[in-house]
Design a protein around this ligand. Structure first.
Ligand code: SAM
Length: 189
């Protein structure tokens, strides 16, 4: 369990990143859609989380502060500078779970990952969501929750992904509009 002091620390880091994101136009999930991410993490209580697209660690911290010491988040970021900043922020936030940041292209990294994931958060290159998912699929199980950001504003770019999770019969999927964007939450059958 996270202590009150740890929670406060994590919140402070989140607010700092939110302010930086406003100033520098960083595409973090943000507090509005982030509330849904937190809600799904609380419901799923995952022990092993895959994140595709770390940026500077905002969503990693958002999820991590909900998890215990027995959980692990594996997060992939293609840009070394962002991955390094994420490492600093995650260290500052001092959350209970283990966080493994992997720097590189998720397309080549996902096939090398070991174990099964209970939760996946996809938030990198929009036209590649379907590829990320299908590469990760052998490592998902029935009940794994796949949470995809930007399913509203980038619906066109990720239409193959949305068609797949909604129509393949492999997932139970729902779209939630949040402000001018949306999220797609898909549970593997
Ligand atoms: C929208 S941002 C992620 C925001 C972050 N999830 C958050 O809410 O704080 C997308 C990130 O994905 C990274 N990215 C893009 N293509 C990638 C790839 N093929 N593999 C790994 N990371 C990638 C980008 O460098 C960028 O930092």
């Amino acid at each position: 369990m996270i202590t009150e002091k740890q929670m406060q620390r994590a919140q402070e880091v989140l607010v700092t990143i939110e302010n930086l994101a406003k100033k520098d136009f960083l595409p973090i999930i943000g507090p509005l859609k982030g509330k849904y991410l937190v809600e799904e993490i609380r419901k799923a209580k995952p022990k092993h989380v895959l994140e595709v697209g770390t940026l500077i660690g905002y969503s990693t911290i958002l999820m991590g502060k909900e998890l215990g010491r027995d959980a692990e988040i594996v997060t992939i970021e293609i840009h070394p500078d962002e991955a390094e900043q994420a490492g600093d922020n995650i260290l500052k936030a001092n959350m209970p779970p283990k966080v493994k940041i992997i720097t590189g292209d998720a397309i080549t990294i996902i096939p090398t990952l070991e174990g099964k994931f209970d939760f996946a958060f996809i938030d990198a290159e929009k036209t590649k969501y379907l590829q990320y998912l299908q590469l990760a699929e052998p490592k998902l199980h029935s009940g794994t929750v796949v949470f995809a950001d930007n399913a509203g504003i980038f619906a066109d770019q990720m239409s193959d992904y949305l068609d797949y999770v909604r129509g393949s019969g492999n997932y139970r999927s729902r779209y939630i509009q949040v402000g001018d964007d949306g999220i797609e939450i898909s549970v593997k059958l």
